[in-house]
Every structure is written in C-alpha cells, then in structure tokens.
Design a protein around this ligand. Structure first.
Ligand SMILES: Cc1ncc(COP(=O)(O)O)c(C=O)c1O
Length: 334
C-alpha cells in the first residue's frame, strides 16, 4: 500500500481527481460494483454522511439498526451534519428485516413526523453478521414497495463478498447508494461512495466538497484503491481476515465457559465469556468489551484483519484457553 502511494508521488498530477490515476480508480470501482458514479473519501464516517446526503431531503429520516455504527459510533455525525432523524430498530443480530423496517413506517405521510426515506444497513453488520443475497433482495423489495431508498454501509463489504462467495456487484445491486471500504481492508485511508440508481439525485461532487472530503491530492487516495483492486488484493485480504476469524471461532467455540454470541460470518468473533476472564485477557490483548451483564459475563468483540496470522490466532487462542479453563476449574471447586 505504501509502495503504491510512493509510486503515485512521481511527477505532477492535476488536482481534485482530474488526474489519470483518480479517473482510472473511479472507472474501475464503477465496473466492480456496476455503479453509475464513485466518490473517494478519507474515512467511513464521511462515506456514510456523503452517501446518505444524496438520498435525504431536509425532513427525512433513516431507518437503521439500533446497534449500527451509524447510530452508535459516529458521534451523531449524520444527525449533526445532515440534520436527519435516525429511526432505530432493536434487532436480535444486527440485521434489519422487512418486518422490522415496516415497524418504523407508521409516520409516512404524516406532516408532524420525519419521513422514513432510507433503509440503512451495514454489510457486514456491526455484530459481524452478514446478510445473505436472499435477505438483501427481500429488503430491496420492501424498499421498493414502500418508496424507500436503500443505503449499504460497506466498510466491511469485502469481507461480506468473501463470506458469501459473491461479487461486489451482487451486493451493490440491492442498494441505491453504498460505501466500499478500503481502510479496514489494508488501505491507509480511503473509502468510496458508490451511486447505483438513476433515481438518486445528482450533485455528489458538490456534496463531497461541502462535506469537506474532496482531496486536492486525490491521486494518493486513488493509488490505494488501485492497489486494492489490482490482482483482486481486496478479495485476498478479506479472505485472509475471514479465514483467521474462522480459525479463532472454531478453536474457542468448544472451550468451557465460552459461547459464540452471534453467527461468525466475516472477520468478527463475538463471544460471551466471564468479565474476570475478559479483564485477564485484556492485560495482554487489546480488544473491546461489547456489553456486560449483571451475572458477571460479558460479550467481547475479537476482530481479525487482512494481516492477522495463524500464529497470532493460535497464541490468542492459547491465552483464551488459559483464562477460561482456570475459571471453570475455580468455579467447580466447592
Ligand atoms: C460498519 C462501519 N461503518 C463505518 C465505520 C466508520 O469508519 P471510520 O472510523 O473510518 O470513520 C466503521 C468503523 O469502524 C464501521 O465498522
């Protein structure tokens, strides 16, 4: 990645995306996803804000999972910058379904209520789960039936495509607008917003500039995406991350005192373990405690990446085994 950025540093280039490298990256992204337009931005939060900005009117609302990154971990960016309302829905596994979407449609047409306009999903979801293509098609049909747009937060879309064994276009085809993540898949800092449908308002170039994500030195963002697209590095990276998550999940699932909380369908393992065991592990390993329960257990989030190795997974598994087996031994003492 750094070599690609270094190579892009040779000579002069036209600014603001008019250079050859940027134009080629945009064309290749559009080809990959079957998209009409592509906009490069620096990070995932900006991609979500820009993507949604293309779909929303001033009085609109976005239906999303309560646990979504958009709702929980973007510091209210969409609410502040776009002034939109998020209609959040509790879900068992981070995924919206047509029934859950329809539970937030009762304000449609009521002048006193923000108007549901966009169904926002993430692929992978924030809980590491992955919509099947059939589930995506059902959501698409639900959007069409109710006059809604579909936006996919694709920060981990490569992992989803690798998990499903499908193309980016298979997933993108269900969205009106989506993001395609680079940063979590080996890039230094780049994401793309892809516009699919003809019904989406034009003006992405203006929105991106206003939202402060038009890079003058665009070639350095483009170089990263080109590096990912060349030789399908994006897919190889995602497959590596997924394979390491699978290795971790298979190794820890049989251990006593540990339970996988959500199906492992990408590069995230969410496990229920004792809070004490989590604290012990955290002395040497950096991971997030997702939620804690009154009974002394918690859900932890273990993510793998494009550069995670088998040796790292095995060392972590051994540490988990030590922490959980000693807990079981202690709790079985009279
Ligand atoms: C699903 C999802 N969307 C968006 C983002 C935001 O990305 P960034 O941190 O680059 O703004 C993240 C980051 O963790 C994410 O996991």
């Amino acid at each position: 990645m750094l070599a690609a950025i270094g190579a892009a540093n040779g000579g002069d280039a036209t600014a603001y995306g008019a250079d050859d490298l940027s134009q080629r990256a945009v064309a290749r992204l559009c080809e990959l996803a079957g998209a009409r337009e592509a906009y490069l931005v620096f990070n995932g939060t900006a991609a979500n804000v820009l993507g949604l900005s293309l779909l929303l009117r001033p009085f609109d609302a976005v239906i999303c999972a309560e646990t979504s990154h958009l709702n929980v971990d973007e510091c209210g960016a969409a609410e502040r910058v776009l002034g939109c309302k998020l209609l959040t829905v509790p879900t068992p596994d981070g995924k919206l379904t047509p029934r859950l979407v329809e539970s937030r449609l009762d304000g449609l047409g009521d002048q006193h209520r923000a108007q549901p306009r966009v169904v926002q999903i993430a692929q992978l979801t924030e809980l590491g789960t992955c919509y099947s293509l059939a589930e995506l098609a059902e959501l698409r049909a639900c959007c069409d039936a109710n006059g809604l747009f579909c936006y996919i937060d694709g920060a981990r879309l490569a992992n989803a495509a690798a998990h499903l064994g499908c193309s980016v276009a298979d997933i993108a085809g269900c969205a009106d607008v989506l993001s395609f993540g680079g940063t979590k898949n080996g890039a230094l800092a780049v994401e793309a917003v892809l516009v699919m449908g003809d019904e989406v308002a034009t003006g992405g170039v203006f929105q991106r500039k206003q939202l402060m994500h038009l890079a003058s030195k665009m070639r350095f963002l483009a170089a990263q995406l080109t590096a990912l697209l060349d030789g399908e590095l994006w897919l190889a990276n995602a497959r590596q991350a997924n394979a390491m998550a699978k290795r971790l999940a298979s190794a820890v699932e049989p251990l006593p005192g540990i339970r996988l909380r959500y199906p492992m369908q990408g590069n995230g393992v969410f496990a229920e373990i004792g809070q004490q065991q989590a604290a012990t592990l955290q002395r040497d390993w950096d991971f997030h405690v997702w939620s804690a329960a009154a009974d002394g257990t918690c859900v932890v989030r273990w993510m793998t990446a494009f550069d995670t190795t088998e040796a790292e997974v095995d060392a972590f598994t051994a540490a988990i085994r030590d922490a959980t087996v000693s807990r079981e031994t202690n709790s079985s003492r009279p």
